[in-house]
Design a protein around this ligand. Structure first.
Ligand code: NAD
Ligand code: UDP
Length: 327
C-alpha cells in the first residue's frame, strides 16, 4: 500500500485531500497542529485503519516512522484574517516547515508536492496570470508574511529539486471554496454566507470592483491529484477562470440565500489584489485538467453545508483562540 503524508490535514483543503487519497487506496498520515483547522473535518476518517492522525507543528522537526511515497504540504494559515493574526507562524510554516518536510522527503525518497498560491503574483500587472509572471508583491505589507513565505517555499522546493534531484511538484492554487471552510475565517465566501445566515448585511470591501475566480474544491483536488502523479516539476496554476467582481458575487449570495439583507461597503484592505484570474493552459495541456463544477452548482452544495452547521457555530465569531499560540 502506498503511503502519503498530508500536512494541514484538519484544514479545508487538507481534509478533502485525505478523503481522496483514502478513496484511491492509500495509507494516509494526516498531520496538523489545529491552529486554523478542526478535527471535525476528519473525524469520519479516524476509525479507519488506513488513516492515522499526528498532532504536530511542522515548523518543528518532523518524524514519521516507516516508508513514505508522497508528501503533500498543505499546512499554512490561508485566509488574510488568519495570517494577519498569526504572521510569524505563517512565515515559519512556509519556510521552516517546508524545509523540514523537504528533508523528510529526501530521507524517505518521497515525492513532495507543495501548496503554493496565486498570492505569489501579488496584485498582478498581468491578466490573466500565467506561470511565467513573476508577480507584484509588497514584502513589507500585511500580505507579505504569506506571500513571501509561499515564494520562499517555491524557491526552497526548486532548490531541493535542482541540487538533490528530489521529485517535487508545485501547485499554485487560486481561490477555492467548498464544504469545511471555517465559517469565521474571514474569506469572502464564508463571510457572505455567514452574514446572510445570521441576518446581517453583506460587507463588500472597497467598491467591489476587484475580481476573483472561484474554483470548487472537488475540481481542485482532481487537479492536484493529477499533478502529483505527473512528471512536471515546474509550477502549475489550478483554478477556475470564471472571473467575477466581488459586488456581483455578493449579489449571487443574496439570491442564493434569499436573504433580505443588503450590501454595505467597508474600506478595501491594504494591498488587496484588484484582479485575479488563472491562465490554465498548462494544466489543460500537461494534466488534461479543467474545472467541471460551475459556480452555481458549487455554491449550492457549499450553502447546503453551511446551513447544516449547528447554530452555535454560526454565532461563534472566534472559535480559534490564537493567543494560546502567540509566544
Ligand atoms: P486551512 O486554514 O483550512 O488549513 C490549513 C491547515 O494547516 C489547518 O488545519 C491548520 O491547523 C494547519 N496548520 C497551519 N500551520 C501548521 C503547522 N505549523 N503545523 C501543522 N499544521 C499547521 O486553509 P486551506 O484553505 O485548507 O489551505 C490549505 C493550503 O492551501 C495552505 O497552504 C494555503 O496556503 C493553500 N491555499 C489555499 C487556497 C484556498 O483558496 N483555499 C488558495 C491558495 C493556497
Ligand atoms: N472581501 C469582501 N468582504 C468580506 C471579505 C472579503 O469584500 O467580508 C473581499 C476581499 O477584500 C477580496 C475578496 O473579497 O477582495 C477575496 O477575499 P478573500 O479574503 O476571500 O481572499 P483573497 O483572494 O483576498 O486572498
Amino acid at each position: 500500500m502506498k503511503r502519503v503524508l498530508i500536512t494541514g490535514a484538519a484544514g479545508f483543503l487538507g481534509s478533502h485531500l485525505c478523503d481522496r487519497f483514502i478513496k484511491e487506496g492509500y495509507h494516509v498520515i494526516g498531520m496538523d497542529n489545529l491552529i486554523t483547522g478542526h478535527l471535525s473535518n476528519i473525524e469520519h476518517l479516524m476509525p479507519l485503519e488506513q488513516f492515522e492522525f499526528h498532532h504536530h507543528d511542522v515548523s518543528k522537526f518532523v518524524h514519521v516512522a516507516g516508508k513514505l511515497d508522497y508528501i503533500l504540504h498543505f499546512a499554512s494559515p490561508a485566509s488574510p484574517i488568519d495570517y494577519l493574526k498569526i504572521p510569524i507562524q505563517t512565515l515559519k510554516v512556509g519556510s521552516l516547515g517546508t524545509h523540514n518536510l523537504l528533508g523528510l522527503a529526501l530521507n524517505k525518497g518521497a515525492r513532495m508536492l507543495i501548496a503554493s498560491t496565486s498570492e505569489v503574483y501579488g496584485d498582478p500587472m498581468v491578466h490573466p496570470q500565467t506561470e511565467e509572471y513573476y508577480g507584484n508583491v509588497n514584502p513589507v505589507g500585511p500580505r507579505g508574511v504569506y506571500d513571501e513565505a509561499k515564494r520562499f517555499q517555491e524557491a526552497m522546493t526548486m532548490a531541493y529539486h535542482t541540487y538533490h534531484n528530489l521529485e517535487t511538484r508545485i501547485v499554485r492554487i487560486f481561490n477555492t471554496y467548498g464544504p469545511r471552510m471555517r465559517l469565521n475565517d474571514g474569506r469572502v465566501l464564508p463571510a457572505f454566507i455567514g452574514q446572510a445566515l445570521r441576518g446581517e448585511d453583506l460587507t463588500v470591501f472597497g467598491d467591489g470592483s476587484q475580481t476573483r475566480s472561484f474554483c470548487y474544491v472537488d475540481d481542485l483536488v482532481e487537479g492536484i491529484y493529477r499533478l502529483l502523479l505527473s512528471d512536471y516539476a515546474q509550477p502549475v496554476n489550478i483554478g477556475n477562470p470564471d472571473e467575477i467582481t466581488i459586488s456581483q458575487f455578493a449579489e449571487e449570495i443574496i439570491k442564493l440565500t434569499g436573504t433580505q439583507q443588503k450590501v454595505i461597503y467597508k474600506p478595501l484592505p491594504k494591498d488587496d489584489p484588484m484582479q485575479r484570474q488563472p491562465n490554465i493552459d498548462k494544466a489543460k495541456e500537461i494534466l488534461g485538467w479543467e474545472p467541471k463544477v460551475s459556480r452555481a452548482e458549487g455554491l449550492k452544495i457549499t450553502y447546503g453545508y453551511f446551513k447544516s452547521l449547528p447554530e452555535e457555530k454560526l454565532f461563534d465569531k472566534d472559535h480559534k483562540n490564537f493567543e494560546h499560540y502567540i509566544k
